[in-house]
Design a protein around this ligand. Structure first.
Ligand code: FNR
Length: 191
């Protein structure tokens, strides 16, 4: 079974990205993946500083890193803040990129050589596209293989039906296609 974590870059109540992440998680499961939903509100992650790290690695940073390290692929579903990704998500990515124990300085065990995909929902007409460009660059830097397929949901405040589904068929089918490709690439890379 292919293990995929869905990491949502918003902890806002009523988050559109959480709604999109849930659709993607359901699609991943329907296509055979074992899915772990990562709610960053449940991790007590201080803002990264080298001093904190030297003192004692925060337990929840270790927990997050172990959780991500156990996956074959990662799906990031995140809002765009001022043309980039929110600090909540960047901070989580950074903590889980740090070496622990006897790993070498650039171990990147949670990420290296694994498949990633990105999705975004935004109230703007661009759907958070600029944030995804930054996110792609970061994920490549930490040696993930980011698949070309992605999903942006513009005008997110009007995009979801009451049952949480997407009203338009195009983004809904893109969710399924992206989920399917992520599983296929994650499986191939893990083989
Ligand atoms: C935003 N938002 C936003 N949207 C966008 O498309 N491009 C942007 O650059 C920004 N910038 C931005 C900065 C800050 C500080 C905030 C708080 C918000 C709006 C954002 O897309 C909107 O609030 C989404 O609804 C956030 O996602 P969730 O929480 O609904 O998942």
């Amino acid at each position: 079974m292919t293990n995929i974590a869905v990491i949502v870059g918003s902890i806002r109540e009523g988050s559109y990205n959480r709604a999109l992440g849930e659709l993607a998680a359901a699609s991943l499961e329907a296509q055979g993946a074992s899915v772990t939903r990562v709610d960053l509100a449940t991790f007590d992650l201080p803002l990264y500083s080298a001093a904190l790290e030297a003192d004692a690695f925060p337990p929840d940073a270790l927990k997050l890193k172990a959780l991500l390290a156990a996956q074959d692929g990662l799906l990031f579903v995140s809002p765009e803040y001022n043309g980039s990704l929110p600090p909540l998500l960047k901070n989580a990515i950074d903590w889980a990129s740090r070496p622990t124990g006897d790993e070498s300085l650039v171990a990147l065990t949670a990420y290296r050589g694994k498949a990633a995909a990105v999705m975004s929902a935004s109230i703007s007409p661009f759907g958070g596209l600029r944030g995804l460009m930054h996110l792609r660059q970061i994920l490549s830097t930490i040696q993930m293989l980011v698949i070309p397929e992605q999903v942006v949901v513009p005008a997110a405040h009007a995009a979801f039906a009451e049952d949480g589904s997407l009203k338009e068929r195009l983004p809904a089918s893109l969710v399924d296609m992206t989920a399917g490709r992520l599983i296929a690439v994650a499986k191939a890379l893990a083989a």
